[in-house]
Ligand binder design. Sequence first.
Ligand SMILES: Nc1ncnc2c1ncn2[C@@H]1O[C@H](COP(=O)(O)OP(=O)(O)O)[C@@H](O)[C@H]1O
Ligand SMILES: [Mg+2]
Length: 351
Amino acid sequence: MPNFALSIRKSLTVDTDSTVVAESETANAAQAGNGDSDSGVVIETRNLSKIYRDFWGRKKVNALKSLDIEVRKGEVFGLLGPNGSGKSTTIKLILGLLFPSSGRVLVFDKDASETSKNERIGYLPEESYLYKFLTAEETLDFYGRLFDMSGAARKQRVSELIELVGLQGAKHRQLREYSKGMTRRVGLAQALINDPDLVLLDEPTTGLDPIGSREMKDLILSLKKQGKTVLLCSHQLADVQDVCDRVAILDQGELKELGRVADLLKVQDVTEIHTQRLRPEVEAEIKAIIEREGGTCTIDNPTATMEDLFLNIVRESEARPGARRVSGTGTPQEAAKEDQKTEESQGEAGQ
Ligand SMILES: Nc1ncnc2c1ncn2[C@@H]1O[C@H](COP(=O)(O)OP(=O)(O)O)[C@@H](O)[C@H]1O
Ligand SMILES: [Mg+2]
């Protein structure tokens, strides 16, 4: 009897849940000495609303309407929504860069307007306004000075961060020579200079290619592993699905959905089984069992995501420069066979 590696989605979800609980407990333990309350809530918005007004005080845009969310210690929380749905406004209200029109934001149990909380927050704005004639090293050193870090501490932190965001090869180049992706990485390093407990990321993957985007997502997951709390906002559905534990979906300033990503995406009345490739007789037997139960089933090979495919191709091309992989079957020999088949069938059609 072959040893099938069965993984049923229901049990997967349970696994995911328990990992997150275990990890956030570690995070709680890690931060227990920080003088935080035991509530485990890092950000709380209460009935938070923002109306932008024009110069004359006339109502211009109702950007956020009665938002109630809680972001807990150690989780990656996503604000997802189309352009103009109020994501950046929410982040700016949390930072205390904007004042609410009504309602409140509490960060580390303090009102968002209290500046002392900012020492524990890192922020990557939607557009990084970095001085383009400085190198990455000088930029980070500058931000280290703003946090009153000593020379030795700054030097160490700057080199750690440059390594973390993968800019060792470019650290002496001025930022004006950087690509959008590299600038985004400096932005992230700058957000982490003070080793913050809470990291706010506004559209962290904007302008990044799939590789840069994957690396940014891996960095976010590594922040979570270190016990940090991350709130990110994005209009990229894949970002949120790949890294967030919970998500709030906003539209036109209103909260439309809030919950665990795994729960929101679970299709309740379908069971999914993963196993190795089955012999046709076994497939037929499984189908027969399911039909006996009055059900229907389709058995197929799973598809990878376009991201997986792209990353594999790029990695392979870096490992073996010059090798050409042709779609579908993979090897050039098989591709040549396919070409021959096509030529033959065209020949037949022409006869
Ligand atoms: N400073 C501002 N003055 C007036 N309206 C603004 C300002 N900033 C944002 N808005 C408006 O508020 C709404 C929400 O914007 P924003 O929070 O930036 O959305 P998102 O980040 O989800 O794209 C949009 O309609 C936007 O045009
Ligand atoms: Mg925005």
